[in-house]
Design a protein around this ligand. Structure first.
Ligand SMILES: NC(=O)c1ccc[n+]([C@@H]2O[C@H](COP(=O)([O-])OP(=O)(O)OC[C@H]3O[C@@H](n4cnc5c(N)ncnc54)[C@H](OP(=O)(O)O)[C@@H]3O)[C@@H](O)[C@H]2O)c1
Length: 333
């Protein structure tokens, strides 16, 4: 049986993954994180075995467990200053996969290509909602030329949220980001540009919810699909919280340091709103007359990089084709 080590297995997303892998009965799942007590409770409840270590010193744990593959679901990836952990996994002979949502981190994973190839291994970054799921949806559209990509993530307020994901969101409120719009990069700020999106989840039509710009790896889709504009957005179901964050973007300091109190407030407010949420991917086609005006937004070496394409997600997708401004989609032959 192959061993899969999941770093962050006691977290929200790592926990989902660990439980589902354990349930298959096909893998020897090693749950990892820093806190032994949490790991013990988790494995007692769900199975698998555990090892406690910090991501910054993984060598002994990797040597002891000898995993076939390692999944980093710990984060927050915005604070990773190097690929030291991924490199250690590849050097220990394990395939590496993470669920990073930091564009720079996902983009530069190609720097490990040589090491991975030399060891006959694979290194994949961003294997989660963004950019893997968005990439899979856009690939499934099979459109000859996409003009604009708009991705909007709108979780319900009652959806559980982990500290890492909150730190990732708060840390980018009001912070500078680059937006690929109209075929050029423009400076923008996280959580700016208010819009409203009405999702349909299953048969339930949700009321329009606020959404604002977020700095996600969906920006990489511009190069991959050669589009003119990519607008990645996210929003909170409770308008009060969403607009509070919009106002907070004018504060003179990053909000990442307020993660723990914000997490406590969010937990207290979890009885409000609903558990209905989803993600919308809109991709209107570009008229053929405008195809030649496009140019690649990243250097050719980066453009060749393929975005990962996964099909599984916790998040329902609301019929994106119906929302295209040009619903007739012709196929490339
Ligand atoms: N790309 C995407 O679309 C996407 C989607 C969802 C989530 N994410 C990202 O996934 C990450 C995880 O989110 P989450 O909400 O599941 O986080 P979470 O609930 O806060 O869980 C974090 C987990 O990582 C462990 N951990 C934290 N720091 C560690 C370290 N230095 N060494 C070893 N283990 C460590 C924690 O356990 P201990 O505290 O005991 O160490 C915990 O098990 C976030 O960065 C989030 O932004 C990305």
């Amino acid at each position: 049986m192959k061993t899969v080590l999941i770093l962050g297995a006691t977290g929200l997303f790592g926990g989902h993954l660990a439980r589902q892998l354990i349930q298959t009965g096909r893998f020897d799942v090693v749950c990892a994180g820093r806190t032994e007590a949490k790991l013990k409770t988790f494995t007692t409840a769900h199975g698998g075995r555990y090892i406690a270590f910090n991501r910054s010193t993984p060598e002994a744990a990797l040597a002891q467990t000898k995993p076939f593959a390692v999944v980093d679901a710990a984060g927050p990836f915005q604070s990773y200053s190097s690929y030291a952990f991924a490199r250690a996994c590849l050097e220990a002979g394990a395939h590496y996969l993470d669920i990073a949502d930091a564009p720079d981190f996902v983009q530069a994973i190609t720097s490990l290509n040589g090491l991975a190839k030399a060891n006959g291994l694979t290194a994949i970054s961003g294997a989660s909602t963004t950019p893997a799921l968005t990439s899979a949806v856009l690939t499934a559209f099979n459109m000859p030329q996409i003009g604009t990509i708009e991705t909007t993530i709108l979780p319900g307020n009652q959806t559980p949220r982990g500290l890492s994901v909150m730190r990732a969101i708060l840390g980018q409120v009001g912070q500078p980001m680059q937006l690929w719009e109209g075929g050029a990069w423009h400076p923008a700020r996280g959580w700016s540009r208010l819009s409203r999106t009405a999702l349909k989840v299953g048969t339930t039509q949700l009321k329009p919810r606020p959404a604002s710009l977020v700095n996600t790896p969906d920006a990489l889709l511009a190069a991959h699909f050669n589009t003119q504009t990519v607008l990645p957005r996210a929003g909170l179901e409770l308008g009060l919280f969403h607009h509070a964050l919009r106002l907070a973007r004018f504060l003179p300091f990053p909000l990442g340091g307020l993660t723990k109190p914000a997490h406590a407030v969010a937990g207290w407010a979890q009885t409000f709103g609903s558990d209905l949420g989803g993600m919308q991917v809109r991709a209107p086609a570009l008229p053929k007359s405008r195809w030649p005006s496009l140019r690649p937004p990243w250097p050719a070496s980066v453009r060749k990089q393929k975005c990962a394409s996964l099909t599984a997600s916790q998040i329902p997708i609301s019929s994106p084709r119906k929302r295209c401004a040009w619903p007739r989609i012709s196929r490339r032959h």
